[in-house]
Design a protein around this ligand. Structure first.
Ligand SMILES: [Zn+2]
Length: 430
């Protein structure tokens, strides 16, 4: 008996000393990496990066790296990039719960979905996201659980419930009148929408999302039809900006886009039918265009199986191609392009598939990578701490074996993921 006890004792001592040995290193030294410098738009060969705690403290040649007792990670010539970012996701939604199926998903269940989807998103190399629209502040709860270490996932900037007009894209229009169904973010009139902005701010939203036109997946809404008047949109944006929050508008049709631009929104989501004049205005104002040009492939191939309504499929058939052409025009005009994909409409963890589309429709691989790193960080207002691998920033980085500047589809499977100085995945050293 004594022998068994002492065996346990020595085993636990061994674990303790191992843990102590690990924590007693000064940090992590990454060697033998080719680094994508998104600030200068170039690839830097054979770089060494030193991470202490959750911050980057050195980037440069191995010879000049600071002395220390480092945990050395040899990347074996892999390409190292800043953690990727997606400006438009719905972590609490699953891609197979569309149409009427969504009515059967409770808010607690959507929060549980969020736990799984956040994990998949981080392991796909996306270390930060904006979650634009979730029921019952489930996205804020998820963010808090990630930040305190309860759950593994990306950094989240969450909106809470989307704000929208009665019967609009951000309402729930599936059931007949007698059910009196109404989405949480529904408000009509300038003061009512200001109240919704204040309420979202009260419960932890860090960005305001509202619907400025009809949408593909909502029942009975028209893509071209504007939702909210100028007065209402201006009230939303004014109130959000007073509170220090940025505003993302869902908008497909040109009149909704124009009105939202006049109201001063920070990003236009989808922007499918944006006119040349509106692109010009967006360039002048520095407004970001978050155009989800991959998702159409999923909707048209898997959408029916996933429960998407026939009227939604018909809308997507019309708008998918137009959006890609308008994306190309926006790139040509030099607009600020965010990397936003609407993950949740399609399967989480496949966020990297949009890179290929963005390159096909006019961007260089470097531009697409910049959009998903420093570009999104600038839109999020976190560019001082995320979006590039530079001294003083958070240690959020990923690696892939080959060079994504030659073939951007490399980013569809990421082999190394670090967030906040913690390694969550390393398949390079196997
Ligand atoms: Zn969305």
């Amino acid at each position: 008996m004594k022998t068994i006890q002492s065996l346990f004792l020595s085993a636990s001592l061994l674990f303790c000393s191992q843990a102590a040995a690990e924590t007693s290193t000064d940090g992590i030294l990454i060697t033998n990496s080719n680094l994508v410098d998104v600030m200068d738009g170039k690839l830097l060969k054979d770089q060494t990066i030193v991470i202490q705690g959750n911050k980057i403290i050195y980037v440069g040649s191995k010879n000049n790296a600071p002395e220390g007792n480092w945990n050395n990670i040899d990347l074996k010539g892999a390409t190292l990039l800043p953690g990727l970012s997606d400006s438009h996701v719905h972590l609490t939604s699953n891609a197979n719960d569309h149409g009427y199926r969504r009515l059967a998903v409770s808010t607690p269940r959507s929060a549980i979905n969020g736990v799984k989807n956040a994990n998949k998103t981080l392991l796909a190399g996306f270390t930060s996201v904006r979650n634009l629209g979730a029921p019952g502040y489930a996205d804020i709860a998820l963010k808090e659980a990630i930040d305190d270490g309860t759950v593994i996932g990306p950094r989240i900037i969450a909106s809470g419930p989307s704000i929208g007009i009665t019967g609009g894209h951000c309402d729930s229009n599936l059931l007949p009148f007698e059910y009196k169904q109404k989405a949480e973010g529904v408000a009509d009139g300038p003061w009512a929408v200001r109240t919704k902005v204040r309420q979202n701010n009260k419960y932890g939203a860090e960005v305001i999302k509202f619907c400025g036109t009809g949408g593909v997946l909502s029942k009975g809404t028209k893509l071209g039809a504007q939702q909210f008047t100028q007065e209402e949109m201006s009230a939303i944006v004014d109130e959000a900006h007073l509170l220090g929050l940025k505003v993302a508008v869902h908008a497909h049709g040109s009149s909704g886009i124009a009105t939202a631009l006049n109201a001063g929104v920070d990003s236009i989501e989808h922007a499918s039918m944006i006119t040349d004049a509106a692109i010009e205005q967006a360039v002048e104002q520095g407004t970001y265009l978050s155009m989800d040009i991959y998702v159409s492939d999923f909707i048209l191939s898997e959408g029916e199986k996933a429960g998407i309504l026939e009227e939604s499929l018909a809308k997507e058939r019309k708008v998918g191609r137009i959006q890609r052409e308008r994306f190309q025009a926006a790139v040509k005009a030099g607009a600020n392009i965010a990397y936003g994909t609407d993950a949740g409409v399609y399967t989480h963890g496949l966020n990297g598939r949009q890179f290929k589309k963005m390159v096909k429709w006019g961007m260089s691989p470097m531009q697409a990578i910049q959009a998903s790193t420093i570009g999104n960080a600038t839109l999020f207002g976190t560019q001082d701490m995320t979006g590039s691998i530079e001294v003083g920033k958070y240690a959020d980085m990923i690696a892939v074996p080959l060079n994504p500047l030659n073939d951007v589809t490399e980013l569809e499977h990421v082999d190394f993921v670090m967030k906040d100085g913690v390694i969550y995945k390393n398949e390079l050293s196997e």
